[in-house]
Design a protein around this ligand. Structure first.
Ligand SMILES: Cc1cc2nc3c(=O)[nH]c(=O)nc-3n(C[C@H](O)[C@H](O)[C@H](O)COP(=O)(O)OP(=O)(O)OC[C@H]3O[C@@H](n4cnc5c(N)ncnc54)[C@H](O)[C@@H]3O)c2cc1C
Length: 435
């Protein structure tokens, strides 16, 4: 066994699952606050999470006021964590979570158990692969997600294809474009089912500068090729845009397919465990402190809200660490009345937190104990209208929105929810009305 790999102990104050930006930030902050033993468990052989295989910038501006590429940034996060006394156990996968902070681990020396007073889940995200997108056709080699592409190029130093087609136009799709450029790969096109790119306006110019056309209102129909990808069949004017329109089918020669984005939480651990999970997203149900349905567990980073930048997740990790520290000292014990926020419109992709926990008096924030500034919401398609949080017929807070999919919408928490006599079990409703 590699002598650099540290074996997890049997007990600790706080165990953190995942050594990405959010996990390492939380761990470093907990050590700075004076917590004695903070253990980070990471399934890979290197700490740093997704940025490990991002050779591009920008990383680190918010956190360190420096401009790093992903790999250097990941190293810097690990260096600072270790310097502050965090123990990072690599090649240690958490395979089960149980009540009482009991974690089952698969490590280089076998299956072990770690008992933690508090656990923070920071397992990040993954992109939706081909199978989940229900893309038909043959099953050749050369069909990847952008995360897999980056690790093949930057960690294994290989070139999987020469002329792939990129599916999607999220931020990460343009990041794939840059990875291709780095490896000397020339994509033949990017496909976007809507009439504009999903990433912020302006990035389409990058594709143009790199000589890659974007086909709008176009979907992937199927993949052609026995051993290797030979072409893809595409639908121009696809049903996602105009339900009754006749899509034109066209064969586009290429030698690879990169599925980008459509991020989902890396929540396999949650599905097998005892924590409440949001059925529509698979994300853990958390309260305003980032606390899960079992008060010994917290969740932070991208696994609570696919997908934000590394800097955003780093900040969220630090904030969650403060709440975990308060929880270790028993300061959050008074927040026990759970009130759910239920969405009444399928346009709402998700809302976090999904619950607010209140004190007996009905307080849910008390200055120093607040993790989030308000709700974070995303919608599944471009919308204009009004969002509101209601308690029965009473509107507690509302906001006009004009939003595209994959954009974060912030909605402030209502200033008061309940009086002492009210029943905290009645959920609040999140409404959306078209303008
Ligand atoms: C291709 C791509 C390019 C990006 N480019 C940028 C960019 O240029 N700038 C930017 O700011 N952001 C960028 N991002 C976003 C940024 O990488 C993420 O926001 C950030 O990494 C999220 O941090 P995290 O800690 O929440 O999760 P992650 O970085 O995903 O870390 C999660 C960690 O948990 C580990 N893990 C998962 N399950 C287990 C388990 N059961 N046991 C143990 N360990 C486990 C994983 O191995 C991983 O190391 C990019 C994202 C992608 C996918």
């Amino acid at each position: 066994m590699n002598k650099d790999i540290i074996q997890p102990p049997e007990q600790c104050n706080v165990a953190i699952i995942g050594a990405g930006p959010s996990g390492l930030a939380a761990a470093t902050e907990l050590k700075k606050l004076g917590v004695e033993s903070v253990i980070v468990l990471e399934r890979e052989a290197q700490a740093g999470g997704i940025p490990r295989h991002c050779m591009h910038s920008p990383f680190g501006l918010r956190e360190f006021k420096r401009l790093y590429n992903g790999k250097t940034y990941a190293n810097e996060l690990s260096r600072r964590a270790i310097k502050n006394g965090v123990i990072i156990c690599l090649k240690s996968s958490v395979i089960a979570i149980n009540k009482g902070g009991i974690l089952e681990l698969s490590t280089p020396t076998g299956i072990r158990t770690l008992i933690a007073q508090k656990v923070i889940i920071c397992t990040g995200i993954r992109e939706t692969p081909r199978a989940n997108r229900l893309i038909s056709g043959q099953r050749p080699m050369g069909v990847l997600t952008s995360g897999a592409l980056q690790s093949i190029i930057h960690l294994k130093h290989k070139k999987p294809f020469q002329r792939p087609v990129i599916i999607g136009t999220e931020m990460v799709s343009f990041s794939s474009l840059l990875s291709c450029r780095y490896a000397g790969i020339q994509p033949v096109a990017m496909l976007e089912k809507n009439a504009r790119i999903t990433a912020k306006w302006g990035l389409q110019i990058l594709a143009k500068l790199l000589g890659v056309p974007i086909f709008y209102k176009t979907c992937l129909d199927n993949i052609i090729g026995k051993k290797e990808v030979e072409a893809v069949k595409i639908n121009i004017g696809c049903a996602a845009v105009k339900k009754n329109s006749e899509a034109i089918k066209k064969v586009l020669p290429c030698d690879g397919v990169i599925f980008t984005g459509e991020f989902i939480a890396e929540s396999s651990l949650l599905r097998m465990g005892h924590l409440d999970v949001d059925p529509s997203t698979g994300n853990p149900v958390i309260d305003q402190f980032g606390r899960c349905s079992d008060n010994d567990y917290f969740a932070t980073g991208n696994m609570t809200h696919p997908v934000e930048t590394a800097g955003y997740c780093w900040k969220q990790g630090r904030q969650t660490a403060k709440q975990v520290y308060a929880s270790l000292k028993g300061e959050l014990d008074q927040y026990q009345r759970r009130i759910h926020i239920i969405s009444t419109n399928p346009i709402i992709k998700y809302i976090i937190p999904q619950i607010l926990t209140l004190t007996v008096k009905g307080d849910y924030q008390s200055g120093k104990h607040i993790t989030m500034n308000g709700f974070q919401i995303r919608v599944s398609k471009a919308v204009k209208g009004r969002l509101s949080i209601r308690s029965g017929a009473k509107t507690l807070v509302q906001k006009k929105i004009n939003s595209l999919p994959e954009r974060r919408i912030n909605l402030e928490f209502p200033s008061s929810i309940l009086s002492e006599k009210d029943d905290a079990d009645i959920p609040l409703q999140l409404h959306f009305e078209n303008r």
